[in-house]
Structures are given as C-alpha cells and as structure tokens.
Design a protein around this ligand. Structure first.
Ligand code: ADP
Length: 490
C-alpha cells in the first residue's frame, strides 16, 4: 500500500532538537519511509530553539485553552521534514532543555506539558487538521504515550496505533492527582488503563493501548520481557508479546557519510582508506594528544551515565595506557564520571583527552579519526554510535547487550577466518571482560591486514534505514488492514 499518511509524535527531532538517539530516529525515519511511499508528519513541541529553526509555518488548528493556556498547531517545514508544531507558550516557551530547566532539574509540570502534547496528537489523529488525516499514529517513548489512551477514552473512529520504546528506563510516571487535569476519566485509573504503581504511567498507557509495540532492536525486544531487563514493565510486555517486535534503528547515511562529510579534516571512503589517518592526526591535535599514527586511539561519544558503562573503561585505563593506547572522550552527564575522566586526563597528558560537552561536529571527527569506538553499555536498546562507527571505519568494541549484540559481528576465530568480523564484543559488561576485549582489539590492531579487513567489513555493513523502513512499512500496512477489517465489522 502506498500513499498512506503517518502522524509521528516525538518530543525531539534531529536536526531541530536533540538529547539522544530518539531525535535521530524521529528525524531520519520519515525520510526513509518516504521512499516506501508513506507521507509522514511529525508532531513536535514548540520549544523556542525549534520554533526558531522552522522554514515556514501556517496555523492549522487552535485551542482557546489547552491545559492552562492558549495554543496553536502550526504546520511547518524544516528542510526535508514536514512537521506539526505545538506552539503553546505556557508549556514550552522556556530556557533549558526539552525536559529540564537550566539547573538540570526536570520541569515540575512535565506531566501537563507532555499530556497536552499527547492530547493534540490524538486530536490530529481524529481529523482536527482536515488536510492531514492520518492512517497511522506512531508514538515515540513516554512523552507520546498518552496519545493512544486519549484515543481509547474518546471512542469513535481512529487510525491504527504503534508506539516505539527507545529506552524502557524512562517511563514518565506522575501523580494520580493529575488525572482530571489531564482530561482522563476516573475509570482510566485502573490496571486496564493508565494506572502504574499508584500513579499515572505515560509509557505504561502507551504500551497498554497501542495496537503495536516496537522497540529498537530484536535483542532488546527479548530483554525487556524478562524481569532483569523489563524495568517493572516486563509483565505487561509479556502479555503484549504477540504485538511486540524489535526493529533495529538505522542512521541517516547522508548525514553520516565519510565521503562527503565536511566536519571531517579529510573525507574518505572504503576505496580511499589511506586518507583516513589525516582525521586521526586532527583528532589527536583537537584533544591535545600526542600526534602518533601508531598509537591505537580509542574514542567515546556518549551520555555520561551509569547505563553507558564508561566507568568500566576508567578501570581498564592502566591496561590501555600500558599498551600504548590513547583515549578521546566526548560526553556530558554525571559529575562523578566527568571528574573521573578529568583526573585521568590530568594524570596522563598527551594520552587521555576529554571534551565534556555536546558537540555534533566533534562527534563526526571522533568517528572518522579514532581506531576504535568503545561502548561498554550495561544495557543498550539499540545504540547509534556503533552504527556511525561502522560507517566511518572506527571499529566498535561493545558489550554484548541489546542492539550492540545485533549490529556487530564479534572478531572470534570463526568470524576472523571467514573475514566477516566488524568489531569486538564482550559479556557480561564488567571490567574484566572489557579488559579482555581491549586486549583482543589491540592484538588485531597490531596485525595491520587484519585490522584493515575489519575496518572495511564495518564500512561495508548496511547501517542505513533501508531495511528497517521496509519493516515499518510492513507493520503500518498490517495496521491499516486491521483497522479496515474492524471498520467493516462495526
Ligand atoms: P542514547 O540515545 O542512549 O544517548 P544512542 O547511541 O542511541 O544513545 O544515541 C546517541 C546519539 O547522540 C548519537 O547520535 C551520538 O552521536 C549522539 N551523542 C551522544 N553524546 C554526544 C555528545 N556529547 N556530543 C555529540 N553527540 C553526542
């Protein structure tokens, strides 16, 4: 089926507003789906930074009062993206990030901010904007979770609904006292509703009411139905098992293309690998590392949280340095982790360099210049940095969890013999196993033909949205057929 319309609901979207992988997915999937014949419009909150980046806007719907203030829905374009933007100053016209103020504390009214966002998503799904009546509503993460609940309690015709879990750890749980303010009926406060451990669970509601649940890799889809990986939602997810599918993320291979990337010191591709080392030298210079083409250079591009396991790399630093390695870390997040790396950089000048910031262009230089990208995550729904690394010829060293397990072929004896390895995996995610993985990686680095083979294997892996977009197309078509059958019965 083609010509179908998808309303995507996402609280961040690259390149307009981004705190993590959700933004990359929300920005890239519509473009990949367009090639499958689907028209996507993404509903995004009108944060000041996002409003400032729109190319054109047109008011298509208004609210005299949307949970505490007037609001407008703008149809907007930003580059190749078609958007609906919820312009609601009382909810979104603030400094700081999408979810927290400049002091890092969550906005106290996040339930209302994203409840209103979901209410508008449900209204558009039901035809509030006559020019775009969607066939599918695709919600992303807890911030969009209530949309399917509103559709349920509103009753009446509705499109098929899907929700994607990008990270089950973020669940959006709020006080039950907000039920009325959110415009939900009293009966919603039930296990068969939005109730979650006595509060209102936005993600829980989305998982309960959506026709389909997707998550961002097949392995993560298996992990989250277990008590160990289910973050208290495994029971619900098991009960929805028939409707749960793991579809791995891709990356936008126009944004991430080493052959045309102007953020690199030197563009390169698999047939011009000799040009790549110019980026390693530029990276060493940028991080005040010794300019040394022979030193294995380990890069990290990461949020600095316990999830990402970067404390394990700190534990392995003595080994890495003893083997002549260097570290370039780009990341921001928890203070204690930053302090640990800052101390390491101070203790090992020329060998360990850190940039505690969020810097899109520096991320490209690390991917294009490092020999290895280290991702020791304790859990990882999909992970995008290993996909970028593959495309840019920096070999991923990853914990064998979630999407990292699905997207990297470990350099074990069989894979090396068959010349198909693309990286090094280790399990379980602890310092001993990471140390063993680093030793294996360094041994391969010291065998230049083997290293080049692994680099090229990575660069030739398909990390694009082509295959996952086809899977989404299949899922959307199923949903539309189901709704048509339902309407036929009604
Ligand atoms: P998560 O969403 O858990 O943070 P992902 O690997 O799925 O992890 O996505 C992270 C995205 O954010 C990638 O595109 C990565 O390049 C980017 N990123 C993370 N930290 C930084 C940073 N400090 N500077 C620039 N980009 C970053």
């Amino acid at each position: 089926m083609s010509g179908l319309k998808v309303l995507s609901i996402a609280s961040e979207i690259f390149p307009l507003i981004k705190t993590g992988g959700l933004a990359d997915v929300a920005g890239a999937l519509p473009l990949a789906l367009a090639r499958e014949g689907f028209t996507t419009r993404t509903l995004a909150p009108g944060y000041p930074g996002l409003l400032a980046k729109l190319d054109s806007t047109e008011r298509v719907h208004s609210y005299n009062s949307l949970m505490g203030g007037p609001a407008r829905v703008l149809a907007a374009k930003a580059g190749a993206l078609d958007l609906f933007v919820l312009d609601a100053p009382h909810l979104f016209a603030r400094p700081g990030g999408p979810y927290a103020g400049p002091d890092g504390a969550d906005w106290p009214d996040n339930a209302i901010r994203f409840g209103a966002f979901c209410r508008v998503g449900a209204d558009i799904a039901k035809g509030a904007v006559a020019s775009f009546s969607p066939d599918i509503l695709h919600a992303h993460d807890w911030q969009a979770g209530l949309a399917a609940a509103y559709l349920h309690y509103d009753g009446g015709p509705r499109p098929g609904t899907a929700i994607t879990i990008h990270n089950l750890a973020f669940q959006g749980v709020f006080s039950s006292l907000l039920l009325e303010e959110l415009g939900l009926p009293p009966e919603a406060m039930a296990t068969e509703g939005v109730e979650y451990f006595g509060g209102i669970g936005f993600l829980k509601a989305g998982l309960y009411f959506s026709d389909r649940i997707t998550t961002v890799s097949p392995t993560y889809a298996r992990e989250i139905v277990t008590p160990e990986g289910g973050v208290a939602l495994d029971g619900l997810l098991r009960s929805r098992g028939a409707d749960l599918v793991g579809i791995r993320n891709g990356i936008d291979d126009d944004v991430w293309n080493p052959a045309t990337d102007e953020l690199l010191a030197q563009a390169f591709d698999a047939t011009h690998l000799a040009q790549r080392p110019a980026n390693k030298a530029a990276l060493q210079k940028r991080f005040d590392l010794d300019i040394d083409g022979d030193a294995p250079l380990f890069g990290l591009v990461t949020r600095m949280t316990a999830q990402k396991g970067i404390d394990l790399l700190l534990e392995c630093l003595p080994l890495l340095l003893a083997e002549g390695g260097q570290v370039a870390l780009l990341g921001s997040g928890e203070r204690a982790l930053q302090d640990g790396f800052a101390a390491a950089a101070l203790a090992h000048p020329g060998r360990v360099g850190c940039a505690f910031t969020y810097d899109e262009s520096l991320a490209h230089l690390i991917q294009g210049g490092a020999d290895f990208i280290v991702i020791p995550s304790r859990f990882e729904p999909c992970g995008l940095t290993q996909l970028c690394a593959l495309r840019y010829g920096s070999t991923p060293i990853v914990a064998r969890v979630g999407g990292l397990a699905d997207t990297i072929i470990d350099a074990n004896d069989a894979a090396l013999a068959a010349q198909v390895a693309t990286g090094v995996q280790f399990a379980p995610p602890d310092a001993d196993q990471l140390a063993a993985a680093l030793r294996r990686a360094i041994a391969i680095y010291r065998d230049p033909p083997a290293m080049e083979r692994m680099r090229l294997n990575g660069m030739r892996s398909d990390v694009s949205w082509r295959i996952p977009a086809r899977q989404f197309a299949g899922l959307y078509n199923e949903l539309v057929n189901e709704r048509a059958a339902f309407a036929g019965l009604a």
